[in-house]
Design a protein around this ligand. Sequence first.
Ligand SMILES: NC(=O)c1ccc[n+]([C@@H]2O[C@H](COP(=O)([O-])OP(=O)(O)OC[C@H]3O[C@@H](n4cnc5c(N)ncnc54)[C@H](OP(=O)(O)O)[C@@H]3O)[C@@H](O)[C@H]2O)c1
Length: 270
Amino acid sequence: MKVVQRFFRILAAGALLGLLCALPVRAETVLVTDSNQGIGLEFAKQFAARGWTVIATHRRSETPDTLAELQKQYPDTVKPERMDVTKKDEIAALAERLKGQPIDIILNNAALIRFADIRDREGNKGQLFGTLDYDHMDQFMHTNVAGPLMIAEEFRDNLIASQRKMIVTISSAAGMVTIAPRSADHYWYRITKAALNSAMRLLAVELADEGVTVVMFHPGGVQVESFGDNKMPGMVPPEEAIGKMMQTIDGLTIKDSGRFLQNDGKDQPW
Ligand SMILES: NC(=O)c1ccc[n+]([C@@H]2O[C@H](COP(=O)([O-])OP(=O)(O)OC[C@H]3O[C@@H](n4cnc5c(N)ncnc54)[C@H](OP(=O)(O)O)[C@@H]3O)[C@@H](O)[C@H]2O)c1
């Protein structure tokens, strides 16, 4: 009798397993802001290689070559979309087009960093004391702080409909306020990254009841194209820094919400 019972139990377990395998596994979706170069492009590549649907946004009038190339490699899953993060109408228009589509991770990567080459003091004097350009300040605030907030407001329902429900924001150690900066430069960049952290901490509280995890990263020093030939000490290639952040993201839960992280998941000083 016991043998017969065991036989039927195994049969039932097999049937259940077969049923589960037959159910469509929903691929996860990430929206990466400004994924045409640098850190954003590397995130788009690594998520695409994992089989995720990647909504790869950019602010150019035409699809950038880098994203067209990635889309050629992953025609069914990489979806380049135009979205200037300072333009509420463009954010709302994309949200409208993606209405009802779950988005597991919103990855705020786009940022205004400087207007000229990193070593060009004259070109960047608008971010130096004595010659601070307050119109520039508005542009930095709009891009680095208002942008991610507008995106959270517009895509809130997509996030809540997803499994992961995560907002990952690429901030910077430049936004630290507990440790004095090594030099007094990049005023607007530093100030707006600190403000961005404050905005994300508010969102972590705001969206906690909806189960949304909100984290910030200092990605480390990443040698991206926009640095040109300027090689900074300690910089690592994008593949390495983004690979580490991908692993850290995999291990995050709602308990991590509100944290400011280094790429390996350790706490970054505020
Ligand atoms: N690289 C590092 O060492 C490092 C260190 C700390 C933090 N970060 C952060 O990492 C993120 C990515 O930076 P990155 O190093 O990869 O530099 P990047 O290559 O210069 O990327 C910044 C991107 O932001 C985009 N952007 C600027 N304004 C925008 C707007 N209004 N709408 C949409 N996109 C806009 C730029 O687009 P266009 O291509 O169209 O100009 C650019 O592609 C930033 O948040 C940055 O603060 C980087």
